[in-house]
Ligand binder design. Structure first.
Ligand code: XMP
Length: 506
């Protein structure tokens, strides 16, 4: 890729590391999340313009607390420490960190003592978001107080000569309304990074890079019909049998009418059902589906002649959450689940992967898709997982159970759309549970399946909050499901957020 100035977020285990990276990219500067202990030599090799240290749940004096390469502090690379990052920098440079008298959590008024550098152009008093127990008690040599709150003297500190800054609050969250300005000041003024990271540049550079890599060889593109893989290219579509109601046909119609491409629709559902027969373990399901996908593609590729490359729409959050060996983050991001297009693929496969979107967030892909004239209908689709409804049918997968969920899911999506909420909520869907409960219909006892409705708000799927859907809408969905699906007699609403839950149930 052409050289863009690079800002790096070192991940100390914060929920918000990804969010910091997104915010930096919103300022049109390229940003990656890297492990907290990456050697400074690696950062220098990549000519990193600035480092942001994320927050994290640990306390700096705790045994095993995550640390940074000791050479970082005197490397000359500008640093902005956030929360834990600030405390670590203070401690490592000779200051003291103490357990605060009381935890500070939530909104606070920040009084700025020095309106230069990271606080240039800001009012004397701004709102910020705090979430910490420990605080800096004494400053390292060369540092001064830059801002305080009622509760914390050193809410922001800095050693401007060495370009080292730290904030106790979280500039990356929306509850710090001027937070992006603070990040911009760090990126543009302190690091002097240039804002060249735009989708237009990305298209041009990716095309060049892919052409150089692929030459005249053939590329098979794995299409699920969603925004990510559609934005990647054109296209082989494998129907694994777990698509939403009528979706396979809709996708084929759309692609053959809107694009001049060689569209191949493969119905491989029987193969998937055979392999998944009797399987109930979520990770096993994911691995089997990943493997069956690749084997189907390999067979298809053989029919097309020599096709060395497989392109797919893997995104940055998939990469981070799957935390596979060789991914850009290693230490802190723990494996949550094997997203099938990252860790779920078999080790041995007859393709080299092309993943043009691997370093992008969903909102960046949507912007890119619009620049590439991908139809709005696809751009605005809610995310749908690669393994499809298979991970929303808890327990065994059978054609009958898939049919039930397709019907129910269609009701949920239709009603959410009718209520005008489809684009507002990040995802809204139904889950079929493997339990039966007792009900009564027309004076008769029933003993039928349960459906859970899940709707969440999110910015990047790393964290999510359950959506406060209107009761009337929930009532309508529930009534329609029970009236129209003879196999269901109970509907429940999932009111858990991520973390501690995940968006999907498997
Ligand atoms: P979780 O359930 O991990 O989901 O909170 C986060 C986001 O990722 C989607 N998801 C997947 N997408 N392949 C995908 O392409 C997968 O295997 C997969 N698993 C989960 C999920 O729908 C949500 O948007």
């Amino acid at each position: 890729m052409a050289k863009h100035d690079l800002i790096v977020v070192l991940d100390f285990g914060a929920q918000y590391s990804m969010l910091i990276a997104r915010r930096v990219r919103e300022c049109n500067v390229y940003c990656e999340v890297l492990p907290h202990d990456i050697p400074v030599s690696e950062l220098k090799k990549r000519d990193v313009k600035g480092v942001i240290l994320s927050g994290g749940p640990a306390s700096v004096y705790e045994e095993g607390a995550p640390y940074a390469d000791p050479e970082l502090w005197n490397s000359g690379i500008p640093i902005l420490g956030i929360c834990y990052g600030l405390q670590l920098m203070a401690k490592e440079l000779g200051g003291q960190v103490k357990e605060g008298k009381k935890r500070e959590y939530g909104k606070a008024e920040l009084l700025i003592d020095d309106q230069t550098n990271v606080f240039a152009g800001l009012d004397e008093q701004i709102q910020c978001w705090m979430s910490h127990g420990d605080t800096v008690a004494t400053l390292p040599n060369g540092f001064k107080q830059l801002a305080h709150t009622d509760n914390t003297n050193f809410a922001a500190i800095g050693n401007p000569d060495k370009k080292l800054f730290g904030v106790q609050f979280h500039p990356e969250v929306v509850h710090t309304p001027k937070g992006v300005e603070i990040l911009k000041n760090f990126i543009y003024i302190v690091c002097e990074a240039k804002p060249t990271w735009t989708t237009a540049n990305f298209i041009e550079e990716s095309l060049k890079e892919i052409k150089e890599k692929v030459g005249s060889a053939k590329v098979l593109c794995a299409l699920s019909g969603g925004v990510d893989s559609t934005t990647v290219a054109a296209l082989v579509f494998i129907d694994q049998g777990f698509m939403r109601k009528n979706e396979a046909q809709k996708i084929e119609d759309l692609f053959t009418s809107k694009f001049k491409i060689n569209f191949i629709h493969i119905d491989a559902s029987q193969r998937f059902y055979d392999k998944l027969n009797g399987v109930t373990d979520p990770e096993q399901k994911r691995r089997i589906i990943g493997e069956a996908f690749i084997r189907t593609f390999e067979e298809e590729a053989k029919k097309l002649g020599n096709v060395p490359y497989l392109a797919q729409g893997t995104l940055y959050p998939d990469v981070i959450e799957s935390a596979v060996a060789g991914s850009t983050t290693g230490k802190m991001a723990k494996k949550i689940k094997t997203h099938h297009n990252v860790g779920g693929l078999p080790e041995k496969m007859g393709f080299k992967l092309i993943e043009p979107l691997r370093m992008l967030f969903k909102d960046e892909v949507r912007a890119l898709g619009r620049d590439l004239d991908v139809p709005e209908e696809i751009i605005s689709r809610q995310p749908f997982p690669g393994p499809g409804l298979a991970i929303r049918i808890i327990g065994e997968l059978t054609p009958d159970r898939v049919k039930i969920l397709q019907a129910v899911d269609d009701i949920v999506v239709t009603e959410i759309k009718n209520a005008g909420l489809y684009k507002q909520v990040w995802q809204s869907f139904a889950v079929l549970l493997p339990i039966r409960t007792v009900g009564v219909m027309g004076d008769k006892r029933t003993y039928l399946n349960t459906i859970a409705i899940r709707a969440v708000n999110s910015v990047d799927a790393m964290t999510a909050d359950w959506a406060r859907l209107p009761y009337d809408l929930l009532e309508k969905i529930s009534t329609r499901i029970i009236n129209e699906t003879p196999e269901i007699n109970r509907v429940v609403y999932d009111i858990s957020s991520k973390p501690p839950s995940t968006i999907e149930w498997e």
